[in-house]
Design a protein around this ligand. Structure first.
Ligand code: NIG
Ligand code: FE
Length: 424
């Protein structure tokens, strides 16, 4: 059989876990093929093995990745990709030490992005989303989650969700949508959080009927929604057929981690201030811990999420950019891998498993993304690095050489790199 493409690489990482994410000490085992080869036909992976085993294969095109690393396309399981405007004006406030929640309480922060998103047309939001999505692709992401939450009214929340749906159809990155209508309390509901949550719950039927989101999320935080309000809201979302997620214990340790485990959330995200009991419960439950060290870094905090304790307790951990205009303005998941090594003290093996298989399970895509298996879509990244340990080590640059989505090259050198060579 003639293949379309065969890719040779000095190392191939082949993370895999059948039917569930990797937990605890399992995360420290990473499957690697030395001198490996991947075969592609019709957009699907048809061969995974060593170059020796691939000797009999024939392909129309051969990519020689000698000296390079090949991996699955990365999965980013928590982003706020679709938003209007930007918040560079808040940088000076941050430098003066004004806390994130104080900026929000003054009507800035998330609420300033809400204003900008309401004022931005659906077409302009799509174009802006496309720009950021292309950048995500250049960093090696081929599947990601995207949240609404900058509308806080029916019209704008639906607008954001429609934009995400159109981006999913138009762009190589596969998008998984989450409804985050409960992201902040808008001006017209100030002091009436329960009434606002009712308003957001009243949208669930339409969102479900139109296939606009699979998951529902809430920002459980001081001055936003309490643990009890969040529990009640997410339970209703579950009853309506959605998977649930939560922004928990991001800034103040309120106990959202425990609640997420109790109600069976697919993931609990942030968890910087997770209590000992919360960490223990993560180890006992199916709720995946989505850690966002870029946010902790950008908020200027010294204390990062207790990743080591979580892994020791047996939890399934993943990592994400949290890409958003306020607390984490970056599409660079490779920098998150660096921070995971330096600040969360995760091993390179744990980090690679986190951004592939575990990230896929955190957004309900464990059966299609995050692994290199025969029969799966050929979503691949070739890296300009000698081995997998190199990516979490060499920080602040883009190591991607090429990205394939369903067997087609969709990003790579030429887009992001200078190609200057010396001529004699
Ligand atoms: O994950 N914490 C709430 N939501 C985002 C930030 C959103 C924003 O600041 O615009 C987060 O940190
Ligand atoms: Fe977030």
């Amino acid at each position: 059989m003639m293949l379309d493409t065969i890719i040779f690489a000095t190392q191939i990482v082949v993370p895999y876990s059948e039917g569930r994410p990797l937990r605890g000490s399992e995360m420290n085992k990473l499957k690697v093929i030395e001198n490996g080869a991947i075969g592609i036909k019709g957009g699907k992976i048809t061969f995974v093995g060593t170059q020796e085993e691939a000797a009999h294969l024939q392909a129309k095109e051969t990519i020689d990745g000698t000296g390079k690393l090949l991996s699955p396309g990365l999965v980013d399981p928590h982003t706020h990709l679709v938003f209007g405007g930007s918040r560079e004006h808040e940088l000076a406030l941050k430098q003066q030490g004004v806390p994130y929640l104080e900026i929000l309480a003054q009507g800035g922060g998330i609420l300033s992005t809400v204003k900008a998103t309401r004022e931005t047309s659906e077409k302009a939001l799509f174009e802006k989303g496309l720009f950021h999505l292309n950048r995500c692709l250049t960093y090696g992401v081929t599947t990601m989650e995207v949240k609404s939450g900058y509308g806080l009214d029916k019209e704008t929340e639906l607008k954001q969700l429609r934009v995400a749906k159109k981006l999913n159809e138009a762009h190589p990155i596969d998008l998984v949508s989450t409804f985050l209508g409960a992201h902040a309390i808008p001006e017209n509901y100030k002091g009436r959080p329960d009434a606002f949550l009712e308003e957001m719950l009243s949208m669930l039927n339409e969102i479900s009927n139109k296939g606009l989101a699979e998951f529902v999320d809430i920002f459980c935080e001081t001055g936003v929604f309490t643990v009890e309000q969040s529990r009640n809201f997410l339970q209703k979302a579950k009853t309506a057929g959605f998977g649930v997620k939560i922004h928990a214990d991001e800034i103040d340790p309120l106990g959202g981690t425990e609640m997420a485990c109790e109600i069976g959330a697919i993931s609990a995200d942030h968890l910087v201030g997770a209590s000992k009991e919360g960490v223990r419960m993560l180890g006992q439950s199916d709720t995946i811990a989505v850690l966002l060290p870029g946010t902790t870094f950008y908020l200027g905090k010294d204390q990062f999420a207790p990743a080591r304790d979580m892994i020791s307790s047996g939890a399934a951990v993943t990592l994400s950019t949290d890409f958003n205009p306020g607390s984490s303005p970056t599409e660079n998941i490779q920098f998150i891998m660096n921070l995971a090594a330096l600040r969360l003290k995760m091993t390179p093996e744990e980090i690679w498993n986190a951004v592939t298989v575990n990230a896929a399970y955190a957004i309900g895509r464990g059966d299609v993304a995050g692994s290199l298996l025969e029969g799966r879509s050929a979503d691949l990244v070739l890296w300009d690095v000698p081995n997998y340990k190199y990516v979490p080590y060499h920080y602040g640059v883009n190591h991607v050489n090429k990205v394939w989505k369903s067997g087609k090259v969709v990003a790579g050198k030429g887009d992001m790199h200078a190609n200057y060579t010396l001529s004699s």
